[in-house]
Design a protein around this ligand. Structure first.
Ligand SMILES: [Zn+2]
Length: 655
């Protein structure tokens, strides 16, 4: 038979050597081995490198970071299957295994089992003769769930529980493994080794890996269960595990914390909420390029995603980039002009230097005849291109530019706090500062109209809430700053949702107007006009006018959280007929950042924030968090959105 072995390795390469040798010394079968090294030290990497030299069938993947257990295994599984798709039986797992000489034979004899079950758990025996399987036969009960919840509440409580369980033996000893002679369907197999068969690859390409470490057994069970599949325990296949089950290893605090993070995900799944509701295989929308890297995405039976359906059902019918829109806009423009009579300017335009706000400024002055004050917030991360673009436009249009510079010391401290918090939305301080400053200015100077470049044409697909949390959630900002900030926020502009959505909107009557939705706005044409008439410069990607946003969207988010924002931008352009799906897919197959310059960007960001490259790397490697891990006003936002939707004011609910 053709059988493969994929394992991860981290700093204990001698085990891997033994595992691989025992696997290959296994009778007349065809073998392939892929070792995924999770960034071991050089000495251990050197040891590993002897294996591919010694065996033609062994390959080595050297990760430049520790990707964790299942994610590391997935690197190996994908690699092996891409190059050798005919290998349909893979042993995947730890590197401290020893395979008996008849291992491949025993797998071969179980063809019947593999034709029915996607995953088979072998009889795993530790050095002291303990059978680790069947790990969990039936679903874990409520009382045990409660114990786990308590265990992950607090480290010291966890240690106390361990001690207590030693006295009572009630919580830790389970009778499941005493059934190690009985072949049967089980709920969870021990994570040290699984056998994936043809049935697995018929449904999936890889293991579901929402966590960095721990509880992998639970996730595999969930992945299979969602497709109506389960694991089969097969005692005739045996594997030795270099592990002393008898030694009670007290987890270091760091490990316990990583496990706690994962436990949180487990709880969300158990209680059917949060972003990890469904374990699933990969799926790409058949209409746009959004895929399952967006945790909240859903698909209809034609494989079309909810972004596309929302656009067709809600957004398109209410979007009028034509004569009707133009008429409605003209009414608003007349109102703005009338209100502004006798004043220095009749509205303000928030200007970033990007294409949306630049084109809006041009339209407002040249076509609509408004007298805007161009308002720019300098958060400290302007790219040179942005600065040039703003200056050129303002000069040639004869407008006045007002620049508000954010207190850099406070901005820096808040941005650092967000890095330390582990949340994905590290762009939030910048975002918040921009609009809070603008509102503050409008209120102070009695300006009633704020024009923004927000538009359906290039932004109709919303960013997933999990990665781009609400910039207006003051609770979240203050909680993260309280936990990780060092400098108090004295000058930093703060504005809560109630203040500007209710007080400023209905009591001070400050309105936000989005003219680009009422005219035909085609991104390519707009760029062409700006370049020709103003000597405007183009950006490699939307939102790259800020060096921070470039780093965040182009590198941090895809690398650390696996989400590529280009999917959102491209999908918007596809839905509004400005890009084809084929072109988008081709572009997406390339990296979102330049591998050669990323080291420089990394250093630039670290230096600018006043930290070392190693410290920034540390935040990159730290466990991922979500907005749910900190205080937030999500319920208020959702309620507000529902009310707005009921009143027909808001079309799509962010999720
Ligand atoms: Zn779609």
């Amino acid at each position: 038979m053709k059988i493969g072995y994929v394992c991860t390795n981290y700093n204990n390469s001698s085990f891997t050597q033994e595992a691989v040798r025992s696997f290959l010394n296994n009778g007349a079968h065809e073998y392939r081995v892929v070792i995924v090294d999770n960034h071991s030290d050089p000495e251990n990497v050197r040891l590993l490198e002897t294996l591919p030299r010694e065996f033609e069938s062994v390959e080595l993947i050297l990760n430049r970071e520790n990707k964790g257990y299942f994610r590391g295994l997935n690197d190996g599984i994908r690699h092996l299957r891409r190059h050798h798709p005919e290998f349909q039986h893979l042993a995947v797992g730890n590197n401290d295994l020893v395979f008996p000489a008849d291992f491949a034979d025993s797998v071969d004899r179980c063809e019947q089992v593999f034709s029915r079950y996607a995953v088979v758990s072998p009889d795993i025996v530790t050095l002291d003769g303990v059978h680790q399987n069947p790990h969990v036969i039936k679903k874990i009960g409520r009382s045990r769930e409660l114990i786990y919840d308590l265990y992950y509440l607090n480290y010291y409580l966890a240690m106390a529980l361990r001690r207590l369980s030693k006295w009572t033996q009630r919580f830790t000893s389970r009778s499941d493994t005493t059934q190690h002679r009985i072949a049967q369907e089980i709920n969870q197999g021990h994570g040290a080794c699984y056998l994936l068969g043809p049935e697995f690859f018929r449904h999936f390409e890889e293991l579901w890996a929402p966590s960095f470490l721990m509880h992998e057994e639970f996730f595999l069970n969930k992945q299979l269960a969602d497709k109506g599949l389960c694991i089969y325990y097969e005692p005739s296949i045996k594997v030795s595990h270099h592990w002393h089950a008898a030694i009670d290893k007290v987890p270091a605090k760091g490990i316990w914390r990583a496990a706690k993070d994962t436990h949180k995900i487990v709880r969300e799944i158990r209680s059917q909420r949060g972003p990890y509701l469904r374990a699933r295989g990969y799926q790409l929308c058949t209409n746009c390029v959004m895929d399952t890297t967006d945790p909240g995405i859903t698909f209809d039976d034609k494989g079309v995603c909810d972004h596309c359906n929302t656009f067709e059902e809600w957004t398109r019918p209410n979007w009028h980039p034509n004569e009707a829109g133009r008429e409605a806009l003209q009414k608003k423009i007349d109102e703005i002009k009338k209100t502004g009579t006798g004043k220095d300017f009749d509205c303000i335009i928030g200007m970033s230097g990007g294409v949306d706000s630049s084109y809006l400024t041009y339209i407002a002055k040249q076509q609509l005849g408004l007298r805007p004050l161009v308002f720019h917030v300098d958060g400290g991360w302007n790219s040179q291109i942005a600065v040039n673009n703003i200056e050129k436009l303002v000069d040639k249009l004869g407008l006045e530019l007002y620049t508000e510079v954010i207190d850099w010391n406070e901005m820096r401290d808040l941005q650092l706090a967000f890095f330390k918090s582990g949340v994905p939305h590290i762009d939030l301080p910048q975002d918040h500062a921009f609009f809070a400053t603008m509102y503050k200015f409008a209120e102070k100077h009695g300006v009633k109209y704020i024009l923004t470049g927000g538009n359906v044409s290039t932004e109709c697909v919303r960013n997933p809430l999990d990665f781009f949390y609400y910039g207006t959630d003051l609770w979240q900002i203050l909680d993260i700053h309280r936990k990780f900030g060092k400098v108090s926020l004295v000058n930093f502009p703060l504005s809560g949702i109630l203040r500007h959505k209710v007080y400023l909107r209905y009591f001070k009557r400050i309105q936000v107007v989005k003219p680009l939705d009422c005219i035909s706005y085609v991104k390519k044409d707009a760029e062409k006009l700006l370049i020709e008439q103003f000597g405007w410069q183009i950006y490699p990607q939307k939102h790259f006018e800020s060096r921070f946003t470039k780093f965040y969207e182009g590198y941090w988010l895809p690398r650390k959280f696996g989400f590529d924002t280009r999917r959102v931008h491209f999908s918007s352009l596809i839905l509004t007929g400005q890009m084809t799906r084929g072109v988008a897919l081709t572009e997406l197959s390339g990296s979102s950042f330049d591998e050669r310059s990323i080291a420089q960007d990394f250093e630039y960001v670290a230096t600018k924030l006043g930290i070392t490259v190693a410290e920034l790397q540390g935040y990159m490697d730290a466990p991922n968090k979500s907005f749910r891990d900190y205080r937030n006003q999500l319920r208020l936002f959702q309620m507000g959105a529902r009310v707005m939707q009921l009143m027909g004011l808001e079309r799509a609910i962010k999720r």
